[in-house]
Design a protein around this ligand. Sequence first.
Ligand SMILES: Nc1ncnc2c1ncn2[C@@H]1O[C@H](COP(=O)(O)OP(=O)(O)OP(=O)(O)O)[C@@H](O)[C@H]1O
Ligand SMILES: N[C@@H](Cc1ccc(O)cc1)C(=O)O
Length: 361
Amino acid sequence: MSIDQRLQLITRNAAEIITIDELRKKLESKEKLKGYIGFEPSGLFHIGWLIWTQKVKDLVEADVNMTLLRATWHAWINDKLGGDLNLIKMAADYTVEVIKNYGVDITKLNIVDADDMVKEKDYWALVIKVAKNASLARIKRALTIMGRRAEEAEIDASKLIYPAMQVSDIFYLDLDIALGGTDQRKAHMLARDVAEKMGKKKIVSIHTPLLVGLQGGQRMSITEGMEEDDIQAEIKMSKSKPESAIFVSDSREDVERKIMGAYCPKGVAENNPILQILKYIIFPRYNFVKIERDIRYGGDVEFKDYEELERAYIEGKIHPMDLKKATARRLNEILEPIRKSLERKPEFEEMIQKISKSVTR
Ligand SMILES: Nc1ncnc2c1ncn2[C@@H]1O[C@H](COP(=O)(O)OP(=O)(O)OP(=O)(O)O)[C@@H](O)[C@H]1O
Ligand SMILES: N[C@@H](Cc1ccc(O)cc1)C(=O)O
């Protein structure tokens, strides 16, 4: 693959790359690049997470050495799964199983547990050095990377250690590229600034978009003067708002029902979850989408790229119902192997039961 092809694959559908020039230079330097994404295991995997999973797949295919960090200790700090580390580890296994059955070649991934990194004293020396190079105000502002507001640092002081840990993970793993949703931007900007002060390698960061929830931002509590990041966090598909989400374990019928009920006004592309699912999850897999229609309504149409389909939709040439049916069919095809593999593992079923009974975050 040429450098241009690698660059194209790495950057497609990303919300932002900081910076594209640095990425090109790194690719040109020919060294095998090291990238990562960290995730907090939580046991529930909604299709928004497939956007970054697809980017992991793109990066692996673009020959980047990817690490998947199971952020177990981070999840503990963040009160995930009641802080039960055994449950958190089981949830991490679940996530890896989903990623594998989505089609990522996990034999090419370096899968690391935060549990192992925290055994090293060098790791903690890094955490302290990072903290020495960041103001308290900056650390508090970065709490959005854990899905919390700055004020939530008051809950307990461990929350303040988390951003310094996430930045240290980047240095400890000696990375070139950090991947995450746009809500991870503050960690990556901090890592870039601190890298200069500490003489460490400066990462390029790749941020994938946040999939909007099934209500498309309708009836959400958006107030005047709210920052763009906070609006995105409010309207995104989120496991803590189950009505906004399609989970990878949902049955075929549930997927169809949820899609049929989703926000998708005729001719409107903004915050349209159906179009976003097509753009970020279906097109990267199939490269074309067929909309099946009765001959009375113009018969079947095929689209070879997303932009073409979006244009036709905005012009009112595609009816929302036809768009939804095609989306449900393709999405179910993508989810089928994931669903099947999860069904074969009763231990995950038990974990989900336990989680849905007792855990709120
Ligand atoms: N709707 C979404 N679309 C795309 N990526 C998402 C979405 N929600 C979360 N992510 C990404 O998945 C990772 C985990 O995020 P997080 O645990 O906050 O999400 P969540 O499962 O929806 O939880 P919560 O209920 O706390 O919002 C982050 O890297 C984040 O960028
Ligand atoms: N903050 C990330 C998880 C994460 C933790 C540690 C990392 O090094 C990277 C990512 C999230 O909430 O999804």
